[in-house]
Design a protein around this ligand. Structure first.
Ligand code: ATP
Ligand code: ZN
Length: 517
């Protein structure tokens, strides 16, 4: 584009909504206040002659029972009212069958984008790959991309027919095609891949930084991301700004000429980037993460708003209140109680044996009459606090609606299976939680396997309970669904745990304290 007068562009963004259509108990975040803020930002930008685009880095689904129970209908309809232009498809969009995501697309007036999800049967992209926007004389291409980790952490029951291609390779091919056909002024990738400082992606799939470094300079002007659920605020090149707090200044990342932005999670912030485009040169004029009614502690430890209060938009609030009420009614009320905390913290369940895992497995064993059971630690999503327990508490632990399955295996088959699943290291979602099972593991050798306290008999048959996620290969567990002796039930993990509390309360936490090895 060779206009010589400058053009202006405001990019607004959020990511990782995870069911937070409603504000929390303190009135923080929530879509109604988000709408007020975005309406204002959009009006201000337009008044200054800016083109405006509002993007989401995906993971709208999963996290809050009131939303999960309604397949995030309030979240997607709320986004439509707010006026999102496009969103990246996140891994949690595959927590439900594909038909649910198709339904969610129908509820929404903006496209769900992903250029690297391929339908294995057709070889074509399963979702819209990109969209070209013309706003205020600017042509803006937006390409969607999804983490390849979805293949690993997504639900294998639903994603078996999909291939998640390398986002960098896909973009390297697609962006030049788009360039040739449309000659966009600005090219943006809206991604759900994670921002890892200095490309240190660790055990995760490579994220936005790696992609920006590996693409030809200038191919992407901007990456708007999600998935790592952190504010992307940099102190200097490749060093995160650890001092960032709500209301403070935030400098996005820049890699190989590409700006990389991400706005933490849950709609806590709206990211706002103002650009000037002149002589083909895109300059970032301003950037901020604007808190949506977030509180911080002042010097005296008192809570105070991090920025000016944002009045929730009345119409959207009313619309969402109907869903909030309906969801809340489904999950309120006591179903049982427990005499001490059942540990489900993310920093525990992926590192050591916890009492909550044993309660969960006991419930699943009871459901299918198993001798023992297991679950990957990453599948436990919350703790249960001491005292009364509601269905809502259960659904926070088990948001995924996995079914309970079992398999009858000989001692030998079981030993071979345990060889694999006992090898998963701590600090991964795959880390094994088990009950009525014990073993020793020194490096590569598994020994002293006992089921319910008795040594494993290689010729005997044992019944193991496991959820449908792990049974179908989730977290890299060996696939059992195609094995002889495998049975899937209609009972779900949440139903089984709920029933367990109904039948066994008061649950005595001490009965489930993990024993040494
Ligand atoms: P994101 O970062 O996209 O929000 P996330 O928080 O789920 O994703 P992790 O915290 O790394 O990402 O969690 C991934 C782990 O969650 C997996 O390793 C697995 O143990 C568990 N998990 C994911 N999906 C399911 C599912 N459908 N059923 C059971 N467990 C699941
Ligand atoms: Zn994610």
């Amino acid at each position: 584009n060779n206009t010589d007068s400058a053009q202006y562009f405001t990019l607004l963004h959020t990511n990782d909504n995870h069911g937070r259509f409603w504000h929390n108990e303190h009135g923080e975040y929530g879509m109604a206040a988000r709408k007020t803020l975005i309406d204002q930002l959009r009006a201000d930008a337009k008044a200054q002659g800016h083109a405006v685009l509002l993007l989401s880095g995906g993971d709208i689904n999963t996290g809050i029972p009131e939303s999960d129970l309604q397949h995030a209908e309030p979240d997607f309809k709320g986004m439509s009212v707010i006026g999102y232009d496009a969103m990246a498809i996140g891994n949690h969009e595959f927590d439900n069958p594909l038909a649910v995501l198709d339904k969610q697309q129908k509820w929404s007036n903006f496209p769900f984008l992903s250029a690297n999800i391929i339908d294995k049967t057709t070889g074509e992209t399963r979702y819209q790959a990109y969209k070209i926007f013309e706003k205020n004389g600017l042509k803006i291409a937006v390409i969607g991309l999804t983490t390849t980790d979805t293949a690993k952490i997504g639900n294998p029951q639903y994603i078996g027919g999909l291939e998640f291609k390398d986002p960098t390779e896909v973009t390297a091919k697609l962006a030049p095609k788009i360039e040739k056909q449309y000659k966009p002024d600005i090219t943006i990738a809206v991604t759900h891949m994670g921002h890892y400082v200095d490309a240190n992606f660790g055990i995760n799939a490579p994220g936005d930084v790696t992609m920006a470094r590996n693409l030809p300079k200038g191919m992407l002007d901007i990456i708007v991301g999600g998935h790592s659920q952190e504010p992307v605020c940099m102190k200097e090149a490749n060093v995160a700004d650890e001092s960032f707090m709500p209301g403070k200044a935030c400098k996005p990342d820049q890699q190989n000429g590409t700006w990389i932005m991400q706005a933490h999670e849950w709609g806590k912030y709206v990211g706002k980037a103002e650009f000037k485009l002149e002589n083909d040169e895109l300059t970032l004029l301003n950037y901020s993460l604007i808190p949506v009614n977030l509180y911080i502690d002042d010097e005296n430890g008192n809570k105070q708003l991090a920025a000016e209060y944002i009045e929730p938009n009345k119409n959207l609030q009313d619309m969402l209140a109907v869903y909030q009420k309906k969801g809340a009614a489904q999950i309120a009320g006591k179903i049982g109680n427990v005499d001490a905390k059942l540990e489900g913290d993310r920093n525990k369940v992926r590192y050591e044996q916890v009492n909550l895992a044993r309660v969960i497995i006991a419930a699943q064993m009871q459901s299918v009459g198993a001798d023992f059971g297991l679950i990957s630690g990453g599948g436990i999503r919350d703790s249960i606090q001491v005292g009364d327990v509601s269905y809502k508490d259960i659904l926070k632990v088990h948001p995924f609606k996995n079914r309970i399955t079992y398999i009858d295996m000989t001692g030998q088959e079981l030993y071979d299976y345990l060889q694999v699943v006992t090898s998963f290291p701590p600090d991964s979602g795959a880390y094994l939680q088990y009950y009525k099972l014990s073993f020793k593991r020194d490096n590569d050798t598994l020994s002293d396997v006992k089921i319910a306290g008795k040594p494993l008999d290689m010729t005997k048959t044992y019944r193991m309970s496991i959820n449908s996620y792990n049974a179908s290969g989730g977290d890299g567990y060996p696939t059992l669904t195609n094995k002889k002796g495998f049975v899937s039930t209609d009972d779900t993990d949440a139903q089984a745990l709920k029933r367990f509390f109904e039948q066994n309360s008061p649950v005595k936490a001490a009965d489930y304290t993990p024993k040494q090895f």
